[in-house]
Design a protein around this ligand. Sequence first.
Ligand SMILES: Cc1cc2nc3c(=O)[nH]c(=O)nc-3n(C[C@H](O)[C@H](O)[C@H](O)COP(=O)(O)OP(=O)(O)OC[C@H]3O[C@@H](n4cnc5c(N)ncnc54)[C@H](O)[C@@H]3O)c2cc1C
Ligand SMILES: Nc1c(O)cccc1C(=O)O
Length: 493
Amino acid sequence: MGIRTGQDYINGIKSRNPEVWLNGRLVEDIYNEPIFNQPIHEIAKLYDLQHDPIYQNDITHICEQTSERVNNAFLSPKTGDDLQKRSKLFEVYARKTYGLMGRTPDFLNVVVTSMAHNCWFLDKYNKDWSKNIQNYYKHIRDNDLFLTHAIVNPQNDRSKSSHEQKDPFTHLGTVEETKDGIIVRGAKMLATLAPITDEVIIYSFPGFVPGDERHALAFALPIDAPGLRIICREPVQDGKRSMFDHPLSSRYDEMDALLIFNDVLVPWNKVFLYNNVEAANLLYPMTGIAEQPAHQSGVRGYIKLAFAVEVACKVADSIGVDAYLNVQRDLGEVVQSVEVIRALLRVAEYEYTINEHGEARPNPDALETIRGFLPEMYPRAIEVIQTIGAGGLLMSPTGADFDHPDLREDVEKYYGGRSGVSAEERVRLFKLAWDLCGEAFGMRLLQYERYYTGDPVRKRAIFYNKYKKAKKFSMVDEVLAKPTNEGLETINQ
Ligand SMILES: Cc1cc2nc3c(=O)[nH]c(=O)nc-3n(C[C@H](O)[C@H](O)[C@H](O)COP(=O)(O)OP(=O)(O)OC[C@H]3O[C@@H](n4cnc5c(N)ncnc54)[C@H](O)[C@@H]3O)c2cc1C
Ligand SMILES: Nc1c(O)cccc1C(=O)O
């Protein structure tokens, strides 16, 4: 089949009936559910880009194995040029969604591509796991599927390991083996976009300890697998909000969900790892599924930060406050933060390495530095929007006020910006800014940047420890090894 259109994607959504709970009710029709409908259309637009002659060559390629056109997320990067092709895809998708949708189809398709490319790792433990991931990769590539994932255990008691939780099946685990596959029970979080995807892949961040064997597993399933329950977080919009009043939250809200597996059968051919703590802990560091999606996150995060910074600059300009030194300083700072991320991305993409398995990997230090700083830079950009927009962010009238003839004159007079900025221009800009920096939608976007990659505190600590091992701080040793009487000898002669 190869690349799908937006309509193909929508037809897929309509053909399935996952068990999705939203606000205490079972959603009967995912496509027509107002809260999901617009985000479905935003994803569909990305699928359509694959057929758009302006974008097609930038985001797709002809598959060597099938001679069909497939998305660049399925390209196993072997050269720097391949990394560039991927980068182009990430940038196109991110620009179309302003970086606000983090888990567009490219993200997990890159994860599975990397796992399959590094099947040597699974091969060491079990040849079937390795074969299964390779077949799964072909399945999602050739059917151009959209995946969600859940790699974190629910937060019940973080001071205890999986097998120490009150109920042994709080964290997802295997109940039994059957001739058809494994039966799994328990929960996993936090599956972004789950209700509007085709399939789910389950694996874990490292952290299992001996005793956790039943929880150490990886597999994939269709999103409507019998027994899989999806409980959505409270929506940040009702699906009926006006695009005038909420230009971002009405379009780009990515629903997040908890996945509960009520004795779900995972067929053997979809099991990628099972009953093995060591393999489950090494999957993330060994198969490129940290670095390859971090490239997507880096490009997407760059666009999102650049977008927030543009909003800050436009808000300042629209009310003439960017004439003040303090405002210029803040704007200069956040513009520089965008430039820092842009530069780091170039380092990541050009200082790549080819590993012994022939896979091109972007520079991990640069990507990890992005992952370290974005959770600080993005909230700072949001703070700058809040500070510069100040009370005006809360004062905006609604689109309905603009439409009412009795209010028109007041609205035009009192809501306009600096000379040349009409009331409608300014109000629409401020509403967009408020979606980003004040609404629940914007706060979720901020929380996403803080936590999408795991706990930033522990990530930084891991980075430091690796850096220390690799660099050994040899310049200091070198200078200290110099003779302490070097200069004195010549002076005394
Ligand atoms: C908007 C959003 C979307 C997301 N989408 C996805 C998704 O699609 N798929 C997915 O799998 N995940 C997703 N995530 C989840 C993400 O992977 C986790 O939020 C992240 O890994 C952090 O884990 P946690 O939220 O369980 O926090 P916790 O690990 O519970 O941490 C909570 C706090 O306790 C501290 N803490 C906890 N344990 C320790 C420890 N051992 N040592 C020191 N400090 C500790 C942390 O520093 C933190 O401050 C998403 C998260 C967000 C916010
Ligand atoms: N956050 C990640 C995820 O959810 C899947 C794969 C990789 C990551 C990551 O940031 O490393």
